[in-house]
Design a protein around this ligand. Structure first.
Ligand code: ADP
Ligand code: MG
Length: 238
């Protein structure tokens, strides 16, 4: 496992500055939620950690390794997106191990990782089914399974629950937290939903317009917000 250190990170798309010097220090095993209104730069920051966006300036380190110039495949991260497009013509098992096959992992490693992930996610009875035969929650678990089998140092989630209905969202929050309690993998979880942030985070990073407004535990933010933006944002209903 490894922590993630984001130092003085700037991002510009042409002349548009979307991140203005972001500093976030994430400890090994911590579950950190990035929260803020739509367009504040959450996905951009996460994609930079993943290696899917270049870093205009500043550094991002995973463990003690600066990863600025490493391609995504060399970063030891796994990302779960909002649109968790599964391969429709592959079974659940095939969907879950696809990345491991691309990495040419040995067959016994693939088999064992699949077994462990399927058990963790209660997917054992569904391994031979196709995505269209699954419920929304089961598909979401397959998407997480694809990430878990890679046994990464860091999990990155970008609004993974926003396509689910309210009831399922509550259940999946709980499942993701339980998973984290079991695996203790360092996690960066992006959402625009304050309730999700307050209920899931060890530490919340509140962002606005490409800047970090405050970093703290849910209780710290609730009890002593640094400014009106944080107070209003945390205090307003989702
Ligand atoms: P969030 O995830 O918090 O909603 P994003 O990181 O997606 O915000 O976007 C932050 C800002 O960067 C927005 O103003 C968005 O329009 C802009 N942006 C994102 N991606 C690009 C891109 N590829 N080219 C230009 N602007 C972009
Ligand atoms: Mg986003």
């Amino acid at each position: 496992m490894a922590g993630v250190k984001i130092s003085r990170v700037l991002k510009a798309y042409g002349t548009l500055n979307v991140l203005h010097g972001v500093d976030i220090d994430i400890a090994d095993g911590e579950f950190v939620v990035l929260v803020g209104p739509s367009g504040c730069g959450k996905s951009t920051l996460l994609r930079m950690v993943a290696g899917l966006e270049s870093i205009t300036s500043g550094t991002i380190a995973i463990g003690d390794k600066v990863v600025n110039n490493l391609p995504p495949k060399d970063r030891d991260i796994a990302m779960v997106f909002q649109s968790y497009a599964l391969y429709p013509h592959k079974t659940v098992a095939e969907n879950m191990v696809f990345a491991l096959r691309l990495q040419r992992r040995p067959a016994d490693v693939i088999k064992e990782r699949l077994r462990a992930a399927a058990e963790t996610l209660d997917l054992v009875p569904y391994l031979d089914r196709y995505p269209r035969q699954l419920s929304g929650g089961q598909r979401q678990r397959v998407a997480m399974g694809r990430a878990i089998v890679r046994d990464p140092q860091v999990f990155l989630f970008d609004e993974p629950l926003s396509n689910l209905d309210a009831k399922l969202r509550v259940q999946m929050r709980k499942e993701i937290k339980e998973l984290h309690q079991r695996l203790k993998t360092t996690t960066i979880y992006v959402t625009h939903d304050q309730v999700e942030a307050m209920t899931m985070a060890d530490k919340i990073v509140v962002m606005q317009s490409g800047k970090v407004e405050q970093i703290g535990t849910p209780l710290e933010l609730y009890d002593s917000p640094d400014n009106t933006f944080v107070a209003t944002f945390i205090g307003s209903p989702a």
